[in-house]
Design a protein around this ligand. Structure first.
Ligand code: AMP
Length: 595
């Protein structure tokens, strides 16, 4: 499949042609920018050749109209689909979508949220739908990756009426963060789902993103791309109280302040240039303002890395991308120096030797560093091409149904916990067998004791494990006064503590989690359903008005397992389940990728 990708910015348009195959697959890339007085600058790379110059094209629409002739000239007219980067998808667009009139209308309705970016993307979309009426056109949204952020990360503490009007944090650069997170996991040869990762996209715009369980859980940009890190011309975090102060002391209007925060702030305000190369040169020449700008830039980025390590309960991987993240070894070093308390140490030689081409992702941590540090190109267009292929190859929903089991709160114990709670040498008594072979419910019960409350008669499941694991729902967490993270079973590092009370004693243990939903299956059923170990699938559950779809459901294939989906009581309530139920497999993410 050959994909033509458009990435329209507020004052530039880039396009690229990608071939869907292993290895280098970027056939052509072009950028038109600096539109003024009926002309623009033009850069084209194709088959190792580079062309640059000015063209008599006065607008983004005129540039797009010339694309078919360029493709023709380079023998690349034969494209199969078109991908578009769209800055803002609001709450509606959680994933890439095929563009039709309804989608165009919905993106138009989101213009107030992205007044500089969405209108240009719409212009390009309208033009390409006329130029290539027979092709599939797909919109890929910068905000979509962050729609998995929990409410605590997306909510501003402001009146309900404002929130009802749409005020919330969204996050941007999602296509970039998703790409670099997947690329880093791939380079490390480890499942992304098992990594706590921070992605630092440091370009003209800049943002940090925390990725846990393969999903974005927080991001430094907010309602608009103004919040967060220091950027080329944008301020990043400021105190909203400054609006009143600037009004009273300088007589500035909201519009004036907003324009300055977008266009005249950040590095430009601090050092007189928005270009980090200039600033690094000025700093080397002894310019104090440039030095301070560099320090402030690194300090803000380092603070976000630390904050996200706290949000995730640890950090396994830090990834740098964007023009500054990819090219400035000194900025990478400044940000990383001072993160030693997280077990992060970079190797000066590896850091200095980074050369990025052909989508490589070199590691630059020092030997023995607990946190791996990678650098990689952002490759947003490549990611958009991949998303287009994923969407278009997505199989029609198949009517495969699997049984669903609802896990109420329970505890898995180890040998020493049994001794402490029930007495030395005590053996738990199996009361009934569970559906998974070898697993059973014990006759004994325990009490969970949290800082806020107790839960009595909590079930114990056998057999014994190597480490105590306490599985509660989020609702239970509120009753106990504990904030338990959503984790895959067995991933217990950095989990909160709780008291367990048995007839012979009490213990204080970590290991409290909200179990991530999952599907158990065996090798034979896995083949039948088209699933593999580690796949993440979407399952539809429930009936009538409470029907719900659960994405990111992990598939675990093991010999002898009985095929069954496990969800907790909150999830069951959300889908209106009571008693036995079945779930319908809607889509398998990895199966789509493999196809
Ligand atoms: P982007 O928006 O991703 O193209 O990134 C643009 C930013 O990357 C600008 O601030 C550039 O100055 C910066 N940049 C590009 N190359 C270098 C370099 N070699 N050293 C420092 N900064 C760089």
């Amino acid at each position: 499949m050959r994909i033509l990708v458009f990435n329209a910015g507020s004052s530039s348009v880039k396009f690229g042609v990608f071939e869907e195959r292993e290895g280098p697959n970027h056939l052509l890339k072009a950028t038109y920018e600096r539109f003024d007085r009926g002309g623009c600058t033009y850069r084209l790379e194709v088959r190792g050749k580079r062309l640059e110059g000015r063209r008599p094209l006065g607008s983004v629409a005129a540039a797009v109209a010339g694309v078919p002739a360029i493709l023709d000239e380079h023998g690349l007219s034969d494209v199969d689909a078109i991908g578009h980067r769209v800055a803002h998808g609001g709450e509606r667009f959680t994933a890439p979508v095929r563009i039709d009139d309804g989608v165009v209308g919905a993106i138009e309705a989101l213009v107030p949220l992205a007044p500089l970016h969405n209108p240009v993307a719409l212009d390009v979309m309208r033009a390409t739908r006329v130029l290539w009426p027979a092709l599939a056109h797909v919109a890929v949204f910068d905000t979509a990756f962050h729609l998995t952020n929990p409410p605590r990360a997306t909510t501003y503490a402001v009146p309900r009426a404002w929130r009802d009007a749409g005020l919330r944090r969204f996050g941007f650069h999602g296509t970039s963060h998703k790409y670099v997170a997947e690329r880093a996991a791939d380079a490390l040869g480890e499942p992304l789902r098992e990594l706590k990762l921070v992605s630092l996209h440091l370009g003209n715009g800049a943002s940090a993103c925390a990725v846990q369980l393969g999903r974005s859980i927080d991001s430094s940009m907010g309602m608009t791309p103004l919040e967060g890190l220091v950027m080329g011309t944008r301020s990043g975090d400021v105190d909203p109280g400054m609006f009143g102060f600037l009004d009273r002391s300088m007589g500035l209007t909201i519009q004036e302040i907003e324009k300055v925060l977008y266009e005249e702030s950040g590095l430009k305000a601090l050092a007189g240039s928005s270009d980090m190369r200039d600033i690094e040169d000025q700093a080397a020449a002894g310019d104090d303002a440039a030095r301070q700008a560099i320090e402030l830039y690194a300090y803000r980025a380092r603070k976000y890395v630390g904050a996200y390590a706290a949000a995730m309960g640890g950090l396994d991987v830090l990834v740098f991308t964007g023009g500054i993240g990819e090219n400035s070894s000194s900025m990478r070093r400044r940000i990383c120096d001072g993160l030693g308390f997280l077990g992060l140490q970079i190797d000066a030689d590896r850091n200095a030797a980074v050369r990025l081409e052909h989508y490589v992702a070199p590691q630059i941590q020092a030997y023995g560093s607990r946190v791996r540090v990678l650098v990689t190109e952002t490759a947003e267009q490549l990611m958009i091409a991949k998303e287009v292929v994923r969407l278009l190859r997505r199989p029609e929903p198949v009517d495969v149904r699997i049984p669903v089991a609802v896990s109420a709160r329970h505890v898995h114990l180890d040998r020493s916990a049994v001794a402490a709670l029930f007495g030395e040498g005590y053996e738990l008594t199996p009361a009934s067998a569970l559906r998974q072979p070898g697993h059973w419910l014990a006759e004994e019960r325990l009490t969970l004791e949290g800082p806020k409350g107790r839960l009595e008669r909590v079930a114990i499941l056998g057999p014994l494990r190597d480490r105590v694991q306490v599985e509660i729902s989020r609702t239970d967490g509120f009753a106990l006064g504990i904030e338990a993270p959503v984790r895959d079973s067995g991933k217990l590092d950095g989990t909160p503590r709780i008291g367990l009370v048995g007839p012979a004693g009490t213990i204080d243990t970590d290991g409290v989690i909200v179990a991530a939903r999952h599907v158990h299956t065996n090798p034979a059923d896995a083949v039948r359903y088209g699933l593999s170990d580690g796949d993440e699938i979407e399952i539809r559950l429930g009936n009538g008005d409470r029907e719900a779809s659960f994405g990111a459901t992990l598939v675990r294939v093991s010999a002898g397992a009985v095929t069954e989906m496990h969800i907790d009581t909150d999830e069951a309530n959300a889908a209106g389940l009571d008693g036995a139920a079945e779930g319908q497999i809607v889509a398998s993410a990895k199966a789509i990728l493999r196809s």
